[in-house]
Write a protein that binds this ligand. Structure first.
Ligand code: GDP
Length: 321
Protein backbone atom coordinates (compact mmCIF):
# COMPACT_ATOMS: atom_id res chain seq x y z
CA UNK A 1 0.00 0.00 0.00
CA UNK A 2 1.27 3.48 -0.80
CA UNK A 3 1.97 5.69 2.22
CA UNK A 4 -0.78 8.03 3.37
CA UNK A 5 -0.74 11.46 1.78
CA UNK A 6 0.30 14.13 4.32
CA UNK A 7 -2.88 16.12 3.64
CA UNK A 8 -5.20 13.17 4.30
CA UNK A 9 -5.19 13.14 8.12
CA UNK A 10 -5.66 16.91 8.65
CA UNK A 11 -8.30 17.00 5.91
CA UNK A 12 -10.25 14.16 7.52
CA UNK A 13 -10.03 16.06 10.81
CA UNK A 14 -11.77 18.97 9.10
CA UNK A 15 -8.77 21.28 8.74
CA UNK A 16 -9.75 23.97 6.23
CA UNK A 17 -6.21 24.78 5.13
CA UNK A 18 -5.60 21.12 4.32
CA UNK A 19 -8.88 21.05 2.38
CA UNK A 20 -7.95 24.19 0.42
CA UNK A 21 -4.52 22.76 -0.36
CA UNK A 22 -6.01 19.45 -1.48
CA UNK A 23 -8.41 21.29 -3.81
CA UNK A 24 -5.51 23.28 -5.28
CA UNK A 25 -3.81 19.93 -5.91
CA UNK A 26 -6.78 18.42 -7.77
CA UNK A 27 -7.13 21.64 -9.77
CA UNK A 28 -3.52 21.55 -10.92
CA UNK A 29 -2.82 20.60 -14.52
CA UNK A 30 0.73 19.41 -13.85
CA UNK A 31 1.07 15.66 -14.48
CA UNK A 32 2.92 14.99 -11.20
CA UNK A 33 0.18 16.85 -9.28
CA UNK A 34 -2.51 14.91 -11.13
CA UNK A 35 -0.92 11.62 -10.03
CA UNK A 36 -0.61 12.85 -6.46
CA UNK A 37 -4.23 14.07 -6.50
CA UNK A 38 -5.47 10.70 -7.73
CA UNK A 39 -3.63 8.95 -4.89
CA UNK A 40 -5.12 11.35 -2.33
CA UNK A 41 -8.64 10.96 -3.78
CA UNK A 42 -8.37 7.18 -3.70
CA UNK A 43 -7.39 7.37 -0.05
CA UNK A 44 -10.26 9.73 0.82
CA UNK A 45 -13.01 8.12 -1.23
CA UNK A 46 -14.11 5.69 1.54
CA UNK A 47 -14.75 8.75 3.74
CA UNK A 48 -16.83 10.62 1.18
CA UNK A 49 -20.49 10.40 0.18
CA UNK A 50 -22.13 11.54 3.40
CA UNK A 51 -23.66 14.77 2.20
CA UNK A 52 -26.60 16.16 0.37
CA UNK A 53 -25.43 17.57 -2.95
CA UNK A 54 -27.59 20.39 -4.23
CA UNK A 55 -27.09 21.96 -7.67
CA UNK A 56 -28.38 25.49 -8.29
CA UNK A 57 -28.79 27.37 -11.52
CA UNK A 58 -30.47 30.47 -12.94
CA UNK A 59 -29.58 33.30 -15.24
CA UNK A 60 -27.09 35.91 -14.01
CA UNK A 61 -28.89 38.41 -11.77
CA UNK A 62 -31.63 36.00 -10.64
CA UNK A 63 -30.09 35.99 -7.16
CA UNK A 64 -28.06 32.78 -6.96
CA UNK A 65 -25.31 34.09 -4.74
CA UNK A 66 -27.76 35.98 -2.51
CA UNK A 67 -29.92 32.89 -2.12
CA UNK A 68 -26.93 30.62 -1.53
CA UNK A 69 -25.78 33.02 1.16
CA UNK A 70 -29.26 33.00 2.77
CA UNK A 71 -29.69 29.22 2.57
CA UNK A 72 -26.07 28.64 3.56
CA UNK A 73 -26.37 30.89 6.63
CA UNK A 74 -29.66 29.21 7.62
CA UNK A 75 -27.96 25.82 7.48
CA UNK A 76 -24.65 26.86 9.02
CA UNK A 77 -26.48 28.46 11.94
CA UNK A 78 -28.43 25.21 12.40
CA UNK A 79 -25.12 23.35 12.77
CA UNK A 80 -24.68 22.01 9.25
CA UNK A 81 -21.30 22.23 7.58
CA UNK A 82 -21.89 23.86 4.21
CA UNK A 83 -19.55 23.92 1.23
CA UNK A 84 -20.25 26.14 -1.76
CA UNK A 85 -18.67 25.23 -5.09
CA UNK A 86 -19.14 26.62 -8.57
CA UNK A 87 -18.91 25.41 -12.14
CA UNK A 88 -18.12 28.27 -14.47
CA UNK A 89 -15.88 27.44 -17.41
CA UNK A 90 -15.46 31.14 -18.18
CA UNK A 91 -14.08 31.90 -14.74
CA UNK A 92 -10.60 33.26 -14.24
CA UNK A 93 -9.13 33.23 -10.75
CA UNK A 94 -7.88 36.76 -11.20
CA UNK A 95 -9.72 39.45 -13.08
CA UNK A 96 -12.98 39.68 -11.13
CA UNK A 97 -14.92 36.67 -12.31
CA UNK A 98 -18.53 36.81 -11.13
CA UNK A 99 -18.27 33.30 -9.71
CA UNK A 100 -14.90 33.84 -8.09
CA UNK A 101 -15.77 36.90 -6.08
CA UNK A 102 -16.00 36.03 -2.41
CA UNK A 103 -17.61 39.35 -1.57
CA UNK A 104 -20.78 37.96 -3.13
CA UNK A 105 -21.34 35.97 0.06
CA UNK A 106 -19.85 38.17 2.76
CA UNK A 107 -21.47 36.52 5.81
CA UNK A 108 -21.09 32.94 4.69
CA UNK A 109 -17.47 33.47 3.69
CA UNK A 110 -16.50 34.16 7.31
CA UNK A 111 -18.82 31.61 8.97
CA UNK A 112 -16.87 28.84 10.74
CA UNK A 113 -19.28 26.18 9.40
CA UNK A 114 -18.96 27.26 5.77
CA UNK A 115 -16.37 26.74 3.07
CA UNK A 116 -16.58 28.62 -0.23
CA UNK A 117 -14.53 27.74 -3.25
CA UNK A 118 -14.80 29.56 -6.58
CA UNK A 119 -14.89 27.68 -9.86
CA UNK A 120 -11.66 26.06 -11.04
CA UNK A 121 -10.34 28.45 -13.63
CA UNK A 122 -9.33 27.82 -17.18
CA UNK A 123 -9.81 24.79 -19.30
CA UNK A 124 -12.80 23.15 -20.90
CA UNK A 125 -16.19 22.66 -19.30
CA UNK A 126 -15.32 18.96 -19.00
CA UNK A 127 -12.13 19.80 -17.12
CA UNK A 128 -13.83 22.29 -14.81
CA UNK A 129 -16.66 19.84 -14.07
CA UNK A 130 -14.22 17.02 -13.37
CA UNK A 131 -12.30 19.11 -10.86
CA UNK A 132 -15.54 20.16 -9.17
CA UNK A 133 -16.55 16.50 -8.85
CA UNK A 134 -13.24 15.73 -7.19
CA UNK A 135 -13.65 18.75 -4.93
CA UNK A 136 -17.02 17.33 -3.83
CA UNK A 137 -15.22 14.20 -2.67
CA UNK A 138 -12.67 16.27 -0.76
CA UNK A 139 -15.32 18.44 0.94
CA UNK A 140 -17.31 15.38 2.00
CA UNK A 141 -14.19 13.73 3.42
CA UNK A 142 -13.58 16.96 5.38
CA UNK A 143 -17.02 16.60 6.99
CA UNK A 144 -19.18 19.01 4.96
CA UNK A 145 -22.70 17.62 4.95
CA UNK A 146 -24.43 20.05 2.58
CA UNK A 147 -22.81 20.89 -0.75
CA UNK A 148 -24.23 23.73 -2.79
CA UNK A 149 -22.93 23.61 -6.36
CA UNK A 150 -23.69 26.70 -8.39
CA UNK A 151 -23.67 27.02 -12.16
CA UNK A 152 -23.89 30.19 -14.23
CA UNK A 153 -27.10 29.30 -16.01
CA UNK A 154 -25.86 29.79 -19.52
CA UNK A 155 -24.83 26.97 -21.79
CA UNK A 156 -23.97 23.41 -20.97
CA UNK A 157 -22.73 23.55 -17.39
CA UNK A 158 -26.22 22.75 -16.03
CA UNK A 159 -26.12 19.22 -17.43
CA UNK A 160 -22.73 18.68 -15.83
CA UNK A 161 -23.89 19.96 -12.44
CA UNK A 162 -27.16 18.00 -12.59
CA UNK A 163 -25.01 14.92 -13.25
CA UNK A 164 -22.99 15.39 -10.07
CA UNK A 165 -25.70 16.46 -7.60
CA UNK A 166 -28.59 14.74 -5.82
CA UNK A 167 -31.09 17.38 -6.80
CA UNK A 168 -31.13 20.36 -9.07
CA UNK A 169 -32.75 23.69 -8.22
CA UNK A 170 -33.69 26.27 -10.85
CA UNK A 171 -34.07 29.87 -9.72
CA UNK A 172 -36.40 32.06 -11.76
CA UNK A 173 -37.96 35.51 -11.59
CA UNK A 174 -41.54 36.66 -11.73
CA UNK A 175 -42.65 39.03 -14.41
CA UNK A 176 -40.38 37.70 -17.12
CA UNK A 177 -41.42 35.02 -19.58
CA UNK A 178 -39.34 31.87 -19.89
CA UNK A 179 -37.90 33.14 -23.15
CA UNK A 180 -36.92 36.42 -21.58
CA UNK A 181 -35.26 34.57 -18.75
CA UNK A 182 -33.46 32.34 -21.21
CA UNK A 183 -34.74 29.19 -19.49
CA UNK A 184 -34.49 26.31 -21.85
CA UNK A 185 -37.00 23.53 -21.67
CA UNK A 186 -34.14 21.10 -21.12
CA UNK A 187 -33.13 22.91 -17.94
CA UNK A 188 -36.70 22.85 -16.62
CA UNK A 189 -36.80 19.13 -17.35
CA UNK A 190 -33.74 18.41 -15.29
CA UNK A 191 -34.91 20.54 -12.34
CA UNK A 192 -36.30 18.89 -9.22
CA UNK A 193 -37.29 22.20 -7.64
CA UNK A 194 -38.02 25.62 -9.09
CA UNK A 195 -37.89 28.73 -6.97
CA UNK A 196 -39.37 32.09 -7.92
CA UNK A 197 -36.87 34.41 -6.25
CA UNK A 198 -37.28 38.09 -5.37
CA UNK A 199 -40.85 37.40 -4.21
CA UNK A 200 -40.54 40.48 -1.95
CA UNK A 201 -40.49 42.87 -4.91
CA UNK A 202 -44.00 41.93 -6.11
CA UNK A 203 -45.66 39.22 -3.98
CA UNK A 204 -48.75 38.88 -6.21
CA UNK A 205 -46.70 38.51 -9.37
CA UNK A 206 -44.56 35.94 -7.56
CA UNK A 207 -47.65 33.86 -6.72
CA UNK A 208 -48.79 34.03 -10.36
CA UNK A 209 -45.34 32.98 -11.57
CA UNK A 210 -45.33 30.11 -9.08
CA UNK A 211 -48.71 28.88 -10.37
CA UNK A 212 -47.52 29.05 -13.97
CA UNK A 213 -44.33 27.22 -13.15
CA UNK A 214 -46.28 24.54 -11.30
CA UNK A 215 -48.41 23.78 -14.35
CA UNK A 216 -45.39 23.83 -16.67
CA UNK A 217 -43.63 21.35 -14.39
CA UNK A 218 -46.71 19.12 -14.24
CA UNK A 219 -46.75 18.95 -18.04
CA UNK A 220 -43.06 18.11 -18.18
CA UNK A 221 -43.13 15.36 -15.54
CA UNK A 222 -44.05 11.79 -16.47
CA UNK A 223 -46.98 10.37 -14.46
CA UNK A 224 -44.92 7.56 -12.97
CA UNK A 225 -42.00 9.76 -11.89
CA UNK A 226 -40.97 9.07 -8.27
CA UNK A 227 -40.78 12.80 -7.57
CA UNK A 228 -43.03 15.63 -8.72
CA UNK A 229 -40.90 18.76 -9.16
CA UNK A 230 -42.14 21.53 -6.91
CA UNK A 231 -42.44 25.28 -7.50
CA UNK A 232 -41.70 27.53 -4.53
CA UNK A 233 -41.40 31.24 -3.82
CA UNK A 234 -38.59 32.87 -1.92
CA UNK A 235 -36.81 36.07 -1.18
CA UNK A 236 -33.09 35.73 -0.75
CA UNK A 237 -33.05 39.24 0.73
CA UNK A 238 -35.77 38.91 3.42
CA UNK A 239 -35.22 35.19 3.97
CA UNK A 240 -38.84 34.39 3.22
CA UNK A 241 -39.24 30.88 1.85
CA UNK A 242 -35.72 29.75 2.77
CA UNK A 243 -36.81 27.28 5.54
CA UNK A 244 -39.51 25.97 3.15
CA UNK A 245 -36.88 25.48 0.45
CA UNK A 246 -34.75 23.45 2.84
CA UNK A 247 -37.78 21.43 3.94
CA UNK A 248 -38.56 20.63 0.29
CA UNK A 249 -34.95 19.61 -0.34
CA UNK A 250 -35.14 17.25 2.61
CA UNK A 251 -38.47 15.88 1.42
CA UNK A 252 -36.83 15.13 -1.92
CA UNK A 253 -33.92 13.39 -0.20
CA UNK A 254 -36.35 11.25 1.79
CA UNK A 255 -38.45 10.35 -1.27
CA UNK A 256 -35.90 9.58 -3.97
CA UNK A 257 -33.48 6.66 -3.83
CA UNK A 258 -30.34 8.78 -3.74
CA UNK A 259 -27.97 5.83 -3.51
CA UNK A 260 -29.35 4.44 -6.78
CA UNK A 261 -29.20 7.87 -8.40
CA UNK A 262 -25.56 8.27 -7.38
CA UNK A 263 -24.66 4.81 -8.63
CA UNK A 264 -26.15 5.67 -12.02
CA UNK A 265 -24.34 9.02 -12.06
CA UNK A 266 -21.03 7.35 -11.26
CA UNK A 267 -21.51 4.84 -14.06
CA UNK A 268 -22.19 7.65 -16.55
CA UNK A 269 -19.18 9.50 -15.17
CA UNK A 270 -17.00 6.43 -15.78
CA UNK A 271 -18.28 6.19 -19.34
CA UNK A 272 -17.56 9.88 -19.93
CA UNK A 273 -14.04 9.66 -18.54
CA UNK A 274 -13.31 6.52 -20.51
CA UNK A 275 -14.59 8.06 -23.73
CA UNK A 276 -12.43 11.12 -23.11
CA UNK A 277 -9.35 9.04 -22.29
CA UNK A 278 -9.76 6.81 -25.34
CA UNK A 279 -10.20 9.87 -27.54
CA UNK A 280 -7.09 11.54 -26.09
CA UNK A 281 -5.05 8.37 -26.51
CA UNK A 282 -6.28 8.01 -30.06
CA UNK A 283 -5.37 11.60 -30.95
CA UNK A 284 -1.97 11.26 -29.33
CA UNK A 285 -1.18 8.28 -31.53
CA UNK A 286 -2.56 9.59 -34.78
CA UNK A 287 -1.34 11.94 -37.50
CA UNK A 288 -3.55 15.04 -37.17
CA UNK A 289 -2.95 16.00 -40.83
CA UNK A 290 -4.45 12.71 -41.96
CA UNK A 291 -7.60 13.35 -39.90
CA UNK A 292 -7.88 16.90 -41.22
CA UNK A 293 -7.53 15.68 -44.80
CA UNK A 294 -10.19 12.97 -44.38
CA UNK A 295 -12.50 15.47 -42.71
CA UNK A 296 -12.04 17.90 -45.60
CA UNK A 297 -12.80 15.14 -48.09
CA UNK A 298 -16.01 14.31 -46.23
CA UNK A 299 -16.91 18.00 -46.13
CA UNK A 300 -16.38 18.35 -49.89
CA UNK A 301 -18.56 15.32 -50.46
CA UNK A 302 -15.72 13.31 -51.98
CA UNK A 303 -15.97 10.59 -49.38
CA UNK A 304 -18.80 9.21 -47.26
CA UNK A 305 -18.34 9.87 -43.54
CA UNK A 306 -18.76 6.16 -42.76
CA UNK A 307 -16.09 5.20 -45.29
CA UNK A 308 -13.69 7.82 -43.93
CA UNK A 309 -14.13 6.55 -40.37
CA UNK A 310 -13.58 3.01 -41.66
CA UNK A 311 -10.30 4.14 -43.17
CA UNK A 312 -9.18 5.76 -39.91
CA UNK A 313 -10.03 2.69 -37.87
CA UNK A 314 -8.28 0.35 -40.29
CA UNK A 315 -5.08 2.14 -39.26
CA UNK A 316 -5.88 3.79 -35.94
CA UNK A 317 -2.25 4.59 -35.14
CA UNK A 318 -1.31 6.05 -38.52
CA UNK A 319 1.59 8.48 -38.11
CA UNK A 320 2.90 11.13 -40.51
CA UNK A 321 4.63 9.53 -43.49
P1 GDP B 1 -26.64 36.03 -9.37
O1 GDP B 1 -25.99 36.71 -10.52
O2 GDP B 1 -27.68 35.06 -9.84
O3 GDP B 1 -25.66 35.42 -8.40
O4 GDP B 1 -27.46 37.17 -8.59
P2 GDP B 1 -27.09 37.97 -7.26
O5 GDP B 1 -27.26 37.10 -6.07
O6 GDP B 1 -25.78 38.63 -7.45
O7 GDP B 1 -28.28 39.05 -7.21
C1 GDP B 1 -28.43 40.04 -8.21
C2 GDP B 1 -29.10 41.25 -7.57
O8 GDP B 1 -30.41 40.91 -7.14
C3 GDP B 1 -28.37 41.78 -6.36
O9 GDP B 1 -28.42 43.17 -6.38
C4 GDP B 1 -29.18 41.22 -5.20
O10 GDP B 1 -29.12 42.05 -4.06
C5 GDP B 1 -30.58 41.21 -5.77
N1 GDP B 1 -31.41 40.16 -5.16
C6 GDP B 1 -31.11 38.85 -5.06
N2 GDP B 1 -32.12 38.17 -4.46
C7 GDP B 1 -33.08 39.08 -4.18
C8 GDP B 1 -34.37 39.01 -3.57
O11 GDP B 1 -34.86 37.96 -3.15
N3 GDP B 1 -35.08 40.19 -3.47
C9 GDP B 1 -34.58 41.37 -3.92
N4 GDP B 1 -35.35 42.44 -3.77
N5 GDP B 1 -33.38 41.46 -4.50
C10 GDP B 1 -32.63 40.35 -4.64
Amino acid sequence: MSPAHPLAAPLLAGNRRALAKAITLVESHRPEHEREAQALLTELLPHAGHSLRVGLTGVPGVGKSTLIEALGMFLAEAGHKVAVLAVDPSSKRTGGSIMGDKTRMPQLTVHPNAFIRPSPSGGTLGGVARRTRETITLCEAAGYDVLLVETVGVGQSETQVAGMTDLFVLLTLHGAGDELQGIKRGIMEMSDLCVVNKADTDPRAAIRAQTELRSALTLLTPHDAPWRPAALRASAVTGEGIPELWAKIQEYAATVDLAAKRRAQTAVWFDDLLREAVWRAFLAGHDPARLRELRAQVERGEKAAVAAVGEVMAHPTAQPT
